[in-house]
Design a protein around this ligand. Structure first.
Ligand code: SF4
Length: 124
């Protein structure tokens, strides 16, 4: 496994996912100053609430920011000149399970651009 490439993909695809404003902590950013506690970033891990009121952490990423469409409002649109990346299914599974085992997250928030068609998503 190429960890540097996985890390690069994670940076690109977690950053691209921050525009899905659907979690209670989406977009919030706070830098740790003067040896304070905690630090938050606008991307990567977000929070949501379960039906019974628990707050849970989710790994929030895109499967890919490659997209065949060109929606004007979307950062992932094909005409936008940005760095592109795509996870494999196995990479998403490995990242999610490994973060879960380390107790960083309790779930996955997965969204995606569209590789080929809305009904044929996985890159093969
Ligand atoms: S189809 Fe979705 S991901 Fe692709 S450009 Fe439109 S809004 Fe963005």
């Amino acid at each position: 496994m190429n960890y540097e490439r996985i890390k690069e993909k994670l940076e690109i695809l977690a950053d691209a996912a921050k525009y899905d404003v659907s979690c209670s902590s989406s977009g919030s950013k706070r830098k740790n100053k003067n040896k304070g506690l905690g630090d938050s970033s606008g991307m990567g891990i977000c929070h949501t609430y379960t039906e019974d009121g628990r707050c849970v952490s989710l790994l929030k990423i895109l499967l890919t920011n490659v997209c065949i469409f060109d929606c004007a409002y979307c950062v992932t649109r094909k005409s936008n000149d940005i760095k592109r990346a795509a996870f494999t299914v196995q990479e998403v599974v490995d990242l999610t399970i490994n973060f879960y085992r380390r107790n960083y997250i309790e779930g996955l928030f997965l969204s995606s651009g569209i590789f080929k068609s809305p009904t044929r998503q996985w890159k093969d």
